[in-house]
Design a binder for this molecule. Structure first.
Ligand SMILES: [Zn+2]
Length: 135
């Protein structure tokens, strides 16, 4: 479990009600006080929360897909005055992706490795490379 230490949702684990209300991205130094990127931020937060739910259930592919959708959402903000916000969102999404990637790496390379997660690990590997190129 210590591998999940950095995951921002982990302390809310087991409390679905709290988690549903929880916003992974609460504050950004938005030039418009959040008004211009509010819609995207809400969607991204929802995706991040979904992703953690899937992650908790070891549905890694679905968890990664949610992060891909969230990342895609940030590209709608780019070009607007909220470019900085989009940058911050992408950084936050990539952090979550690193958590999934790290856990899958741990699970597929350890002594008790679980080969059934190998395709998910490869998927995670591709996605994280893609994020890092676009961050
Ligand atoms: Zn903004």
């Amino acid at each position: 479990m210590k591998d999940m230490k950095g995951w921002i949702f982990s302390r809310l684990k087991g409390n679905r009600e709290l988690r549903d209300k929880y916003e992974p991205i609460q504050f950004v130094s938005c030039p418009f006080n959040g008004s211009k990127c509010q819609k995207e931020r809400a969607i991204i937060n929802k995706r991040l929360a979904n992703s953690f739910q899937f992650f908790s259930d070891r549905q890694y592919d679905d968890s990664i897909d949610e992060l891909r959708y969230a990342f895609q959402e940030t590209t709608d903000i780019s070009g607007s005055p909220c470019t900085q916000c989009a940058q911050l969102f992408r950084t936050r999404i990539t952090q979550s992706m690193e958590q999934i990637h790290g856990e899958l790496q741990h699970m597929t390379t350890g002594f008790f490795r679980w080969d059934q997660y190998k395709p998910s690990y490869e998927f995670a590997d591709n996605v994280i490379s893609d994020f890092k190129q676009r961050i």
